[in-house]
Structures are given as structure tokens and as C-alpha cells.
Design a protein around this ligand. Structure first.
Ligand code: NAP
Length: 250
């Protein structure tokens, strides 16, 4: 994919960028000219491969390990980026997990782990970058939510609650940061082919997608690049952009 966004001179942090959607976002932002920080939790080799791919196509990138669900880990990562790159212009809160199960049988730890990473992680990263973005009066924050946060899903009470929470967090942060020149938007993918969805029953899901196919990580990356682009998306804030093949139409 050749993104039309021009992000030359900008630094972008993508959480959970070693695989799947985060990897596609990191590659697309790198192609658009941004220096990309490829965050990962445990897949250091995969994160290095993403960095190498960006560098081999003429871009600039490095990887940083951090557990996005842990305050000290997040703060340390952002401190390192600001010391090494000098500024941080785009934050993509992408890292996420599922721990599915029917609510009646859901263990408290399965509820908590999903809330901690998928919702509190977005809060921690946003707060960590906010001071420097406010100081430079410029920034783009893009949160990856899910259509499940809009419509709910049996077996995903934890995940859909976290993703619905991300939408509320996006709108509140957008209102707080607008006056500071920072936009905050969410992208809500439908069903995208990644490790996260590899075990799902595809026939049942396909029948609910008007465009009749699963999305690719690159489809989501295109929407993120658009929301990061200046001036194209500079007057858009507090919005949820669905990339779902028409699954949810309000
Ligand atoms: P994925 O293929 O499972 O990749 C998850 C990424 O998150 C990996 O890079 C992983 O790093 C990272 N990660 C996991 N725990 C982390 C932690 N504690 N700290 C930092 N990074 C961590 O998932 P995906 O399908 O690309 O999903 C990406 C985002 O899109 C998630 O927020 C997901 O909820 C959302 N989404 C996905 C779909 C879909 O259909 N796939 C639909 C809607 C929304 P390691 O490799 O190091 O573990």
C-alpha cells in the first residue's frame, strides 16, 4: 500500500506493532515518512523484523519493549522516546488482547486482564504522551477500538466493555485536548485477518459482513494514516471511524 499521507519529520508510537494490525500501521506510517517506534510485549524478533522492513524501504524506526498495561513500563517507554527522538507527534493505541468466555463463567482475572490492557493501557499511554503533545501544541492520538464496542458480542463481555470504554475515553480526551491542537479519534475494525481472529468461525461471521469478506490489517492502517495526516484530518476529532465492511451501520 502506498499511503498518501505525508508524515515527514514526525515521530509515531504504535503500541503492539510486532504483529497483525499494529504491524501494518507501523509499516504504513513508516512509508508515509514518520519515524516509527515499534512497541511490543514479548515478540522482540518480530518487532525487529518490522523495524528492518521500515528501514529497508527508506524509513526510520526502532523497537521498544513495554507492557502497555503497566504504568511504570509505559512511562519509561515514553521517556525513552522523548530522549531519543526529541518529540512524539502521533500515538496509535493498538495493543490489545482477548480472553473470551460467557459472562456467567468468566474468571475475574480474565475480565481484569482485558480491561487492564485494552482500556487502562490506552489511558496510561495517552496520559504519558499528553504533557509533551500539549507543550508542542500538536498531536494526533488514534485509538483502536472495535465494532464489538458498538454492538456487543456474546462471549466477549470483557472485550466489548473495554472497547466501548475506549470510545468514551476517545471522546472525553478529544474534548479536553482540542484547545491544545491535539486530535483524538478512534478506529473501529470489524473482523480483520490476524492471529486474534484465526480461530473464529468464519462462515457465521461472513454472513454478517455486507462486503462479504474479512478485512486486512492494511485496511485499518489506511484509516489510521488518514487520521494522522495533515491537513486532511486536521478538522476531525472525537470520531469513531469504522473499518468493518459495513457490519455496523447506525
Ligand atoms: P494480534 O495480532 O493478536 O497482535 C496483538 C499485538 O498486541 C501484538 O503486537 C502484541 O505484542 C501486542 N501486545 C499484547 N499484549 C501487550 C502488552 N501487554 N503490551 C504491549 N503490547 C502488547 O492482534 P490484532 O488482531 O492485530 O489486534 C490489534 C488491535 O486491533 C487490538 O486492539 C484489537 O483489539 C483490535 N481489533 C482487532 C480486530 C481483529 O479482527 N483482528 C477487530 C477489532 C479490533 P507481542 O507480539 O509482543 O505479544
Amino acid at each position: 500500500m502506498t499511503p498518501s499521507a505525508n508524515l515527514q519529520g514526525q515521530t509515531a508510537l504504535v503500541t503492539g506493532a510486532s504483529r497483525g494490525i499494529g504491524k501494518a500501521i507501523a509499516l504504513a506510517l513508516g512509508k508515509a515518512g514518520a519515524e516509527v517506534i515499534v512497541n511490543y510485549s514479548s515478540s522482540s524478533n518480530k518487532a525487529k523484523e518490522v523495524v528492518e522492513e521500515i528501514i529497508s524501504s527508506g524509513g526510520n524506526a526502532y523497537s521498544l519493549q513495554a507492557n502497555v498495561a503497566e504504568e511504570s513500563s509505559v512511562n519509561e517507554m515514553v521517556k525513552t522516546i522523548l530522549e531519543r527522538s526529541g518529540h512524539l507527534d502521533v500515538l496509535v493505541n493498538n495493543a490489545g488482547i482477548t480472553n473470551d468466555g460467557l459472562l456467567m463463567r468468566m474468571k475475574t482475572e480474565d475480565w481484569q486482564s482485558v480491561i487492564d490492557l485494552n482500556l487502562s493501557g490506552v489511558f496510561l499511554c495517552t496520559r504519558a504522551v499528553s504533557r509533551s503533545m500539549i507543550k508542542q501544541k500538536k498531536g494526533r492520538i488514534i485509538n483502536i477500538t472495535s465494532v464489538v464496542g458498538l454492538m456487543g458480542n456474546a462471549g466477549q463481555a470483557n472485550y466489548s466493555a473495554a472497547k466501548a470504554g475506549v470510545i468514551g475515553l476517545t471522546k472525553s480526551t478529544a474534548k479536553e485536548f482540542a484547545i491544545r491542537g491535539i486530535t483524538v479519534n478512534a478506529v473501529a475494525p470489524g473482523f480483520i485477518t490476524t492471529d486474534m481472529t484465526k480461530d473464529l468461525n468464519s462462515d457465521q461471521i461472513l454472513s454478517a459482513i455486507p462486503l462479504g469478506k474479512f478485512g486486512s490489517p492494511e485496511h485499518v492502517a489506511g484509516a489510521v494514516c488518514f487520521l494522522a495526516a495533515d491537513p486532511a484530518a486536521s478538522y476531525i476529532t472525537g470520531q469513531v471511524l469504522q473499518v468493518d465492511g459495513g457490519m455496523v451501520m447506525s
